[in-house]
Design a protein around this ligand. Structure first.
Ligand code: NAD
Ligand code: COI
Length: 328
């Protein structure tokens, strides 16, 4: 057996090497993402291991099928950038890592929200000028707020535990109710969540149905002065509508770990270069926005699990034809 992994960072290398040694399977490591130009480099391997936030090339699964590859394993949760129908038609199994560390993402989303609630951008700006005054940036307390959680899967549930720890009231929407949370009576209709929450935190997958779920209309339904937290996917938010609402004061703040056109910006060193994306430039200028470059997942626990679980899944599919992490 021989695997090839793409978009491998330095901090992942040791986990690939450890796994390779433990399992006696060669894994070739490539620094580049999978692109239409390098997809042919998968020839000669049994499994391909990917990780990227941008779209995978259109010809990916045809190339993998022609190369007799049986499995494409991604080292992350979200599969919105993969053409799963195409994978099926070409007979390629796709696996993901559904739970490498839900608490990593949940902890980060709450951390970013707290930065907003305590006006950290404004204080940092002042302190950079040796201005250490307090007024008028009075903070707000999470424990006095109602948090609306969109999506009560692994990350949403981990976030709910943290919010409860702060004493916040939690309400949630998910088309599929978790039996434990159902007993607690936290589920409400989507519209009620939009109307009642002081904080709306997104933890659902990106789907065509939820493209720009946060838009001018849904924002108008929200409380004046509400906050939005998005560690899920950028496409869930119409960024232009969000910028407008943050400028007008309709929304008090937004903590964003994802952005709809992030693939060419996040995890790239653009120092000294002009960013062409005007909406992004407007967004990051705002004092009531905390933007991070898709790093909610990025902890030592998560990175090791992402690498090793994805490799285990690929091996399992080759040996048994299936895996508990198969994406259907
Ligand atoms: P999960 O599959 O465990 O949970 C997703 C939940 O969303 C499910 O309960 C599902 O029923 C629900 N859902 C589906 N459609 C919905 C809708 N329209 N409204 C409300 N809920 C809906 O997934 P997870 O592990 O909790 O991850 C959630 C998302 O977080 C992923 O899809 C991914 O996009 C994102 N993510 C981001 C990072 C990061 O670093 N920023 C890391 C991992 C995952
Ligand atoms: C995910 O696991 O879905 C993420 O968003 C993490 C990222 C490295 C792709």
């Amino acid at each position: 057996m021989k695997f090839v992994a793409f978009n491998v960072r330095e901090d992942e290398r040791r986990y690939f090497e450890e796994w390779s040694k433990e399992n006696g399977i060669e894994v070739s490591l490539k620094k580049e993402e999978i692109t239409p130009d390098n997809v042919s480099e998968t020839v000669g391997y049994d499994a391909v291991i990917g990780l990227q936030t941008g779209l995978y090339p259109d010809n990916l699964f045809k190339e993998l099928s022609d190369a007799n590859i049986k499995v494409f394993s991604v080292r992350n949760v979200g599969v919105d950038n993969i053409n799963l129908d195409d994978a099926k038609q070409n007979g390629i199994a796709v696996t993901n890592v559904p739970a490498y560390s839900p608490s990593a993402i949940a902890e980060f989303s709450v951390t970013q929200l707290l930065q907003l609630l305590r006006n950290q951008n404004l204080f940092r700006k002042r302190m950079a000028k040796q201005d250490y005054r307090w007024a008028p940036f009075v903070g707000k307390e999470l424990g006095k707020m109602t948090v609306g959680v969109m999506g009560t899967g692994r990350i949403g549930r981990a976030a709910i535990q943290i919010y409860k720890g702060f004493g916040a009231k939690v309400i949630a929407y998910d088309p599929f109710h978790n039996p434990e949370l159902e007993k607690e009576g936290i589920y409400v209709e989507k519209e009620d969540l939009l109307k009642k929450a002081d904080v709306i935190t997104l933890h659902m997958p990106a789907t065509d149905d939820d493209y720009h779920f946060i838009n001018e209309k849904t924002i108008s339904m929200m409380k004046d002065g509400a906050y939005i937290v998005n560690t899920a996917r950028g496409s869930l938010i119409d960024t232009s509508a969000l910028v407008e609402a943050l400028r007008s004061g309709k929304l008090a703040g937004a903590a964003l770990d994802t952005y709809e056109n992030e693939a060419s910006i996040f995890n790239h060193d653009l120092e000294g270069q002009e960013i062409e994306d005007e909406t992004f430039k407007e967004l990051i200028k705002l004092d009531n926005v905390v933007v991070s470059p898709h790093i909610a997942f990025y902890t030592n626990v998560a990175v090791e699990n992402m690498v090793k679980i994805s490799l285990n899944s690929a091996k399992e599919v080759i040996e048994t034809g299936t895996s508990s992490t198969l994406v259907k």
